[in-house]
Design a protein around this ligand. Structure first.
Ligand code: HEC
Length: 144
């Protein structure tokens, strides 16, 4: 391998592994890639919190604790706009479907809370099962 190829290969590998453009090329493409990586990092931070919030929301609904349920639902709802802007690693071409699923998640969580506010916690729990089905639907298509 000559040195030009070695440098290109190294550049590519470090971009992928370190989530940043290697050696500061500063081209348009690298700029965009960097933006996507920042969103992706946000998503990695966001997702375990989603999991914790989903579990706590379910527990709060089971205990019929509306205040706690609202707090957990808000954690999920406030993170969803960032999720919509993220780029998954897999099935990149289906970006619009990704955004659609993030919106569907928002609607499902909002519906859950509307029902909970009316005091029907059993129905709210059932509605939240649908929200969790959206988590799984998105993971099936877009998670590695
Ligand atoms: C619009 C798509 C989408 C929705 C909706 C979604 N996720 Fe994810 N989630 C992803 C993707 C993509 C990844 C993989 C991120 C990666 O590793 O690049 C992921 C990863 C995760 C992970 C692993 C964390 C990690 O660091 O890899 C957890 C836990 C998780 N999601 C929980 C949830 C829960 C709980 C919900 C529903 C409340 C949810 N997600 C809804 C797309 C989604």
């Amino acid at each position: 391998m000559n040195s030009k190829y070695a440098v290109s290969a190294l550049c590519l590998v470090s971009s992928v592994l370190l989530y940043r453009p290697a050696f500061g090329h500063g081209t348009e493409t690298h700029g965009k890639a960097k933006h996507a990586d920042v969103q992706m990092k946000k998503m990695h931070h966001m997702m375990p919190r989603f999991s914790a919030a989903a579990a706590s929301l379910e527990a709060a609904l089971a205990k019929e604790d509306l205040t706690a349920a609202e707090a957990e639902a808000n954690k999920i709802l406030s993170a969803l706009p960032d999720l919509e802007k993220s780029k998954p690693h897999k099935n990149l071409k289906e970006g619009p479907r990704f955004v659609e699923l993030a919106k569907k998640e928002k609607l499902a969580v909002a519906t859950t809370m509307d029902i909970a506010k009316k005091g029907d916690f059993a129905a709210a729990l059932a509605a939240f099962k649908k929200a969790e089905a959206v988590c799984a639907e998105c993971h099936a298509k877009f998670r590695d």
